[in-house]
Design a protein around this ligand. Structure first.
Ligand code: AHR
Length: 665
């Protein structure tokens, strides 16, 4: 006993000597972001899913964006509900080249499917030299690459007695044919016709031209053109370059389909997942709350498949049976505001939520699992998280419906982590009420949203330090500082080190919005800007990627130190248990270089040569489609010692990734 006491006492003195030495070496420092109270522990487990992506069909992110379909209004379902000047033939042009004539109409009497009521009817009265037809300019023209193949398909039926020959081509604005194929429409019932088009030249402003060259009548619908080279060559797939960028981020999860798109502009516009699965010609198209149209071609199956393809957890967010409180433009004029599903429709709605879980996770023999299998995915998708509600106004109507859905899902699927919602702001009435609703029901996680000035982020680096660990965890589902300059991104980076430090309570976080198409943005601060052929990665994207590709599941609070009075610095140290790697992040949001002290003595057997990424530059610098390389990360290797000063460049985020040779630390 005596001997043991001596051993433990000598250990205690050794520890005290080490502590003394530590504070002698770093006289005015304490662990980054911590309060000045002495800490006894050196670290903690944090969420392995901290950094993921938020995808919403805003800014033409889906149709005309990530969804690789090249034809706009392919099913003739655009309508004045989308936009007052849109109609069934928007983005289509009736064409009668070289002395042909006939007529083009839209009909609804015998559609391909009741969900897809409109279709085009061509009456070819005089074929002339080239035929009678239609042209589609895509989403502001169709970009094609020489040698690439494009998959054309359309539903068609012959309405007159003889089969109708049809020429499909891609043409330049001057009418030069750069790809062509022929099909013969010879069915009296709707049938899917396909053709492959190979581009003989590159061109960024082609149109699809469909010319019927036999006298008679023909009906057309769901006219589609995809590059064969979609992401992973999937059918009905995603634009390869954009999808690859998202894949390269290695996000731990993807939230979809929104955002406000989820709860929709009025009850009839809520995003109902069942409308977005199955054959594309059977999906229900509708108005997009952001002022355009959604085909649902990128639907739940495609979202889940993409998540699986890139190793991200799917995080669908379903409406809490109430529509967006801004419905009908409530924020501008007297709109309809939040509307709630009538109580007598709630059981059916709850079943819809439960059916999603069966669709995603049920065996292929189950009713909904069978539909997933029929679509090409017999294995379950392993859904773990479901969000209920998107920044809804926390009214009694919301609360009642949220609780009904929550209770039903929890009872039937205790394995699913449900995420509640806390309104659109970082604080205030809805925020408080949302938290009360979630806390009272023991909801595992709650979704917070806020968009703020960079200064707000820098002044709130410690927001989550004081959060009650006994309350629900946080999913910071939408956040961004207002702007895409380097300063904005660095402010976000500093904030993200605070998320890592609080990764025991902040379990997930996603920057928003993700994608924005040039000339079609409804939200000005976005992560990735693009047009039909170019992409501009904002500094914010680079910051996000530096965090998403360098996530950890254990946080150390005794490795990086700084002068606590200097709020221009922030840092974090995490371990990725899968690789054993130790990851250091340093943020300096000032305009001069500053040092932070690092002490790696917690770790043994690490490689002194470490991978380093630095993002730095002028605070006001930003990337554009024309100048996408103004701010880019620089990759290198550095040597790290047991104790060293890291000189963080002015306005910078640095990530240093250290390999551990043996997993023992
Ligand atoms: O991210 C853009 C929008 O911001 C989302 O649709 C909404 O949830 C939030 O108000």
């Amino acid at each position: 006993m005596e001997k043991n006491r001596n051993i433990s006492q000598s250990k205690k003195y050794k520890y005290m000597r080490l502590c003394l030495l530590y504070f002698l070496i770093f006289p005015t420092i304490i662990s980054v972001g911590q309060s000045q109270t002495k800490k006894t522990e050196t670290g903690k487990k944090i969420s392995p899913y901290l950094f993921g992506l938020f995808f919403e069909d805003i800014n033409y992110a889906a149709d005309g964006g990530l969804y690789a379909e090249l034809i706009q209004n392919r099913s003739f379902e655009y309508s004045p509900t989308d936009r007052t000047d849109w109609h069934s033939l928007s983005f289509w042009e009736y064409t009668t080249p070289r002395y042909s004539y006939g007529s083009l109409n839209v009909e609804t009497s015998t559609p391909v499917h009741p969900n897809n009521p409109h279709y085009a009817v061509l009456n070819i009265e005089h074929v002339g030299e080239a035929g009678v037809g239609v042209k589609n300019h895509g989403f502001e023209n169709i970009v094609i690459k020489q040698g690439d193949k494009y998959s054309f398909s359309m539903f068609a039926r012959q309405l007159s007695s003889s089969p109708i020959a049809v020429t499909i081509s891609l043409q330049t604005p001057k009418g030069k044919v750069v790809a062509e194929s022929k099909i013969n429409v010879n069915t009296k019932d709707w049938n899917k016709y396909t053709a492959s088009l190979t581009a003989s030249a590159s061109n960024d402003s082609t149109s699809l031209v469909i010319l019927a060259t036999t006298k008679g009548k023909i009906a057309l619908d769901v006219v589609s053109l995809f590059p064969e080279k979609t992401f992973l060559n999937r059918q009905n797939g995603l634009r390869a370059d954009l999808a690859q960028l998202l894949a390269d981020m290695k996000p731990s999860f993807i939230r979809f389909p929104g955002g406000c798109l989820t709860h929709g502009d009025g009850l009839g516009n809520m995003y109902r997942w069942k409308n977005t699965v199955g054959p594309i010609e059977q999906r229900v198209e509708q108005k997009n709350i952001w002022g355009y149209h959604q085909t649902a071609g990128l639907g739940y199956y495609e979202y889940f498949q993409f998540c699986e393809d890139i190793g991200a957890k799917p995080l669908p967010v379903l409406p809490a049976a109430v529509s967006c409180q801004n419905s009908g433009g409530t924020w501008r004029i007297g709109g309809t505001g939040q509307k709630a599903l009538p109580m007598d429709e709630m059981q059916e709605y709850i079943q819809e939520v439960l059916d999603l879980i069966e669709w995603a996770n049920g065996p292929a023999t189950s009713t909904w699992g069978a539909k997933r299998a029929a679509a090409g995915h017999p294995q379950p998708f392993n859904l773990e998280f479901v969000g209920i509600g998107n920044e809804d106004k926390i009214t009694p109507e919301f609360e009642a419906r949220f609780k009904m859905i929550y209770d039903a899902v929890r009872a039937k699927h205790p394995e699913i982590t449900i995420i509640g919602t806390s309104g659109p702001f970082s604080d205030g009435e809805d925020f408080d009420k949302g938290w009360t609703v979630a806390s009272n029901s023991n909801v595992p996680m709650i979704d917070e949203h806020y968009y703020k000035e960079p200064k707000w982020f820098l002044s709130n680096l410690n927001r989550y330090d004081a959060y009650d660990r006994k309350k629900p965890g946080v999913y910071l589902g939408e956040y961004a500082s207002w702007g895409n300059k380097l300063y904005n991104a660095i402010a976000e980076a500093a904030y993200m080190t605070g998320l890592e430090r609080n990764g025991d309570i902040v379990r997930m976080a996603s920057y928003a919005p993700l994608l924005a198409k040039k000339n079609h943005t409804q939200w000005n601060t976005d992560m990735i800007f693009f047009d039909n052929s170019k992409i501009s990665l904002t500094p914010n994207y680079h910051v996000q990627k530096m965090f998403t590709t360098n996530q950890g599941d254990y946080y150390y609070d005794n490795v990086i130190a700084q002068n606590v009075k200097d709020t221009t610095l922030a840092a974090s140290c995490v371990k990725d248990s899968k690789t054993g790697d130790i990851i250091l992040k340093f943020v300096n949001n000032s305009n001069v270089a500053k040092s932070m002290k690092v002490n790696l003595s917690t770790f043994k057997n690490y490689m002194s040569s470490a991978a380093q990424i630095v993002l730095s530059g002028n605070a006001n610098a930003e990337n554009t489609l024309e100048h996408p390389q103004n701010i880019v990360p620089v990759y290198s290797t550095v040597n790290v010692n047991k104790v060293f000063d890291y000189p963080a460049p002015a306005m910078s985020l640095t990530v240093i990734r250290i390999k551990i040779l043996s997993k023992k630390i």
